[in-house]
Design a protein around this ligand. Structure first.
Ligand code: F6R
Length: 369
């Protein structure tokens, strides 16, 4: 049942190219519109939206963080992302023209469900991104876009995360198109790049042997820090979350620019720091900023594990260990950069002798608040 893999997690990591392809399949009409599975939201409803909230927990929340960058950039409407367990206690300002996007792999997460109910009471429109057909969250939402990741058995979410990203990108592009912010050919250009993601990911997965060796090296570290900027920031948080939940190691993700405001003092001789480097394509300003952050931590003794685009030769000098990923447009990069971090966490946990698929104290679906 594990298809020759030692753990379900490794099997599910390997399934990611297919999961992305399945989530894209049949989702675009000939007019380039996104096909929602159960539509109780009309195009007019979506045109009336003046604010988006994305609400989720854990890994799904990290997908939401990435979505915020994409939606604000493409759709040009304000988008906030919030942890479901915090959302309703803050008394958020919601009305008919608010679109609340709830993201949940299981569709049964109680915190997310309660946030959804709160949003509906306030008359907001609710769109679910979910991997489980007929589960409670999509049933109670106004519309749903199912991720077609297939069943996820390992407690740690991997393929669900990447398919959630794809669903978020599709929704962002759809909103941009029906609201007239992006032209059909601009949308088509991004969709084209999205549809190349499965192949790019296969290529990436084929080159991960090094990460396994690295994991054996890092298994005794007392902490691992992760830094990123822009969409690389949620990727850093996701890398740290995976490591905590599977390897029971201390790990923390930071926005790279925040280091100098405190966390940099954590860095000592040999402290491993995983650095997610943005694409040098375009103006490359963000990439250069992250590279200076890498130099800063290295000057203080950090051992740097750098995740950068293939061909970005300039990072080599600052990388104690370099992991190269295929080129993708900036907003789509998390589809690539997350994957080495999933493998790293999985392999460190295995090297430490833990049950990768069933980490202690955790359940696959969290049905209590
Ligand atoms: C982490 C993980 C959890 C879930 C979170 C939300 O690997 O699996 O953080 O992402 O419990 O679960 P769903 O997406 O089912 O609502």
């Amino acid at each position: 049942e594990k298809g020759g893999y030692e753990y379900f997690m490794l099997k599910e990591i390997a399934e990611q190219p297919q999961a992305i392809a399945d989530t894209l399949l049949g989702r675009l009409s000939e007019r380039g519109e996104i096909i929602l599975d159960e539509v109780r939201l009309t195009d007019q409803d979506l045109r009336d939206v003046d604010k988006v909230f994305i609400v989720a927990c854990g890994t799904s929340y990290h997908a939401g963080m990435v979505a915020k960058y994409a939606i604000e950039h493409w759709v040009r409407i304000p988008c906030e992302v919030e942890l479901a367990s915090e959302f309703r206690y803050r008394d958020p300002i919601l009305d008919r023209s608010t679109l609340v996007i709830v993201i949940s792999q299981s569709g049964e997460t109680m915190d997310t469900l309660m946030a959804l109910r709160h949003a509906k009471e306030q008359k907001a429109r609710v769109l679910a991104i979910c991997n489980t057909n007929g589960s409670t969250i999509p049933r109670e939402s106004d519309a749903v876009l199912y991720t077609h990741g297939g069943p996820e058995i390992a407690v740690a979410s991997t393929k669900a995360f990447l398919t959630q990203l794809v669903a978020c990108y599709l929704i962002g592009l759809h909103l941009a198109q029906i609201r007239g912010v992006m032209y059909a050919d601009e949308v088509a250009a991004v969709v084209e790049r999205l549809s190349q993601a499965p192949d790019n990911l296969r290529e990436l997965l084929d080159g991960m042997e090094d990460v396994r060796a690295l994991a054996r090296d890092l298994k005794t570290a007392s902490t691992i820090l992760f830094i990123g900027r822009h969409v690389g920031f949620p990727v850093a948080l996701e890398g740290a979350l995976k490591l905590k939940e599977l390897a029971y190691m201390h790990a923390e993700g930071f926005a790279a620019g925040e280091l100098k405001h405190g966390p940099i003092s954590l860095i000592d001789e040999g402290t491993p720091v995983v650095c997610v480097v943005p694409s040098p394509a375009g103006r490359g300003v963000m990439r250069d900023k992250v590279v200076s952050n890498i130099q800063e931590v290295r000057a203080r003794g950090a051992r740097t594990i750098v995740i950068a685009e293939k061909g970005d030769e300039g990072v080599r000098a600052f990388a104690d260990h370099l992991i190269e990923v295929p080129h993708t447009p900036t907003l789509l990069a998390p589809l690539m950069t997350t994957v080495p971090l999933q493998i790293l966490a999985c392999e460190i946990a295995a090297a430490r002798g833990h049950d990768v698929d069933q980490p202690r104290n955790l359940a696959k679906s969290v049905t209590v608040e």
